[in-house]
Design a protein around this ligand. Structure first.
Ligand code: ZN
Length: 324
């Protein structure tokens, strides 16, 4: 019985010890596992932190690059704006890109007309219009079936625009004579000249669809008003592919004294037979009533001359230049 009790006690001790070992082992496992996990996780966290730092550095670099690019662009825009201010010269070809082009069938919008052969070619030119006499002048020209050239100004009244369109409709040539005709403004600088040129060019284009290619300087290229050498403005027109026309015959109707009809007729017609090309200066202006009165006689005298034709200015016309 004692022996049996003893062996029972041994067996229990062994069980208890096995149990202890198992508990110890479990505890050990449960301690090692989290520690190992912690070590692994800390390692991961460290790696992630480094990645975050690298990303932040990269982001910082990107932001710096973006702000540098923005600054560069701003500088570029500022430079371009400055260049725009420094170069206000307007280009006729640039105007054409933005302006609507309306066909001007057979009128001076399409000036590829071959001039008839004649020993004496006469061009009647009227400056400063439209005026209250425009329609009367047009009717006289129609009566004799001759075409003339009107070097017009930028007059914005409804009547003036109507007359401008009437000049075009009846097949005469429309030339530019500056927008403002104010010498002090037009000839102040090449920039002012260019701005005025742009205005008269656009005024004609917008109201008639005609791309005028001829110009008469206010006062002519030989005017003594401009402080700037007129070659500068002539060169500007040449760059725009615009021809300018002075005159070699003057009716004399532009002076301070109003000339009588006979004097105008005599001035306008004498000397024509000595010229291959005669460009006659006249005015379509409210202050020049005798020009309208003299016009029928001027036309009749010219038409009576041998081998002489009256023509509108076209790109074929030999220009008369006062300055060489
Ligand atoms: Zn004038």
């Amino acid at each position: 019985m004692e022996k049996g009790q003893k062996s029972q006690g041994d067996a229990r001790r062994r069980r208890v010890q096995r149990l202890k070992k198992m508990i110890m082992l479990s505890v050990l496992i449960w301690m090692i596992f989290p520690v190992g996990l912690c070590i692994v996780l800390f390692g991961k966290i460290g790696a992630l932190n480094r990645q975050v730092e690298e990303t932040q550095d990269y982001q910082q670099q990107l932001l710096q690059q973006i702000s540098a690019a923005v600054a560069q662009q701003e500088q570029l825009s500022a430079t371009m704006a400055q260049q725009d201010q420094q170069a206000p010269l307007l280009d006729r070809k640039a105007i054409l890109v933005s302006a609507p082009v309306v066909g001007a069938d057979g009128q001076n919008g399409d000036m590829a007309v071959v001039e008839p052969e004649a020993a004496h070619k006469v061009y009647l030119t009227f400056d400063d219009g439209p005026s209250k006499y425009t329609e009367e002048i047009l009717d006289i020209l129609d009566e004799y079936d001759v075409k003339a050239t009107f070097f017009v100004l930028g007059k914005e009244t409804e009547y003036s625009i109507e007359m401008l369109q009437e000049i075009a409709r009846r097949g005469h040539t429309i030339g530019m004579h500056s927008y403002s005709h104010k010498y002090a403004e037009v000839y102040r600088s090449v920039e002012d000249f260019s701005a005025d040129f742009y205005r008269i060019y656009s005024y004609i284009l917008e109201n008639t669809g005609i791309q005028s290619t001829c110009y008469r300087f206010p006062g002519g290229s030989s005017n003594t008003i401009s402080d700037i050498d007129m070659h500068v403005f002539a060169d500007f027109l040449a760059e725009q592919e615009i021809e300018y026309y002075d005159w070699n015959v003057s009716s004399g109707d532009g002076g301070s004294v109003l000339l009588d009809v006979d004097t105008l007729v005599s001035n306008a017609t004498s000397g024509i037979l000595g010229n291959g090309t005669s460009i006659i200066l006249m005015h379509d202006a409210a202050s020049r009533p005798t020009t309208v009165e003299a016009l029928p006689q001027i036309i009749e005298n010219i038409l009576a001359m041998d081998d002489t034709v009256i023509l509108p200015i076209t790109e074929d016309t030999t220009p008369i230049h006062h300055i060489k």
